[in-house]
Design a protein around this ligand. Structure first.
Ligand code: GLN
Length: 257
């Protein structure tokens, strides 16, 4: 078996080590003897998207999101929308996640018309939402607890019927109002979680990889890995996030938005 990963805009969308998510996916496939290749798609390059199984988009500052707009609308947008509708697997982080929606009105008041692949919008807030946070994925995304780091001014509002990736247990999430975090649409997983998010959340990583493998090869089971180090990092990060005050099983908002 083999998965081909396309890293979109690694030149402009790569905040807080988000590229570590590509390394994590690659390693967790190779550790299981599954072949994997990674190709970059920076500004000015449009590979043949149909050959890829997984697409990754990292986070970016407001001006970086504007820098890539022209390139996005010169053809990549149509290719990406058809890849999404074709059930290809996407992981999109923060600015990369915002890009999949209708628009982002940034802190300068500029409205970036994005892909419109998923029905949601983002508007910049007065106060940035920054900190460690914790959310629980919805059952259809595996139901695992995910711990991460968020830093965004954008507040994302999902249209009715659009499913979040998870429910915020502690922190801000999409907009610090409706306790939603991220988005799940077809095989697209969007989250505000930087870090990179996957290494210390191995269940989420494997769920995403399994999604891509099953689309390509049909039902399959990923053999377990020795995740003691990853689970230790996950537990420490949860302790830091909830400051040890809240038991994991009933973690609630531990940072007043
Ligand atoms: N520039 C966007 C915002 O501030 C995304 C930030 C990010 O990717 N961390 O909301």
């Amino acid at each position: 078996m083999e998965l081909k990963i396309c890293h979109l805009y690694p030149d402009v969308l790569n905040l807080y080590g988000d590229t570590g998510n590509v390394i994590c996916m690659k390693n967790r496939l190779q550790w299981r003897g599954i072949d994997v290749s990674v190709a970059n798609a920076p500004i000015g390059e449009t590979p043949s998207f149909s050959e890829f199984d997984v697409f990754f988009l990292g986070g970016g500052q407001d001006f970086e999101q504007e820098v890539l707009l022209d390139d996005l609308h010169m053809g990549k947008d149509k290719n990406l929308i058809s890849a999404i509708e074709d059930g290809k697997t996407f992981l999109a982080i923060c600015g990369g996640y915002q890009m999949l929606g209708n628009y982002y009105q940034n802190a300068a008041g500029h409205r970036c018309e994005f892909l419109g692949a998923i029905d949601f919008y983002t508007r910049s807030a007065e106060k940035r939402m920054i900190g460690n946070y914790l959310f629980r994925c919805v059952p259809s995304c595996g139901g695992s607890e995910v711990v991460g780091f968020e830093n965004h001014s954008g507040k994302t509002y999902l249209s009715s019927g659009v499913q979040p990736l998870g429910e915020v247990l502690c922190g801000f999430g999409n907009n610090a109002e409706d306790r939603t975090e991220g988005v799940h649409y077809k095989n697209v997983f969007g989250t505000y979680s930087h870090g990179p998010v996957l290494p210390k959340n191995p269940e989420l990583c494997d769920f995403i990889l399994q999604t891509a493998l099953e689309r390509k090869y049909g039902k399959c089971e990923l053999p377990p890995l020795d995740d003691r180090a990853e689970q230790a990092a996950h537990t420490v990060a949860i302790g830091i996030t909830t400051k040890g005050k809240i038991k994991r099983h009933n973690a609630r908002s531990c940072q007043k938005p």
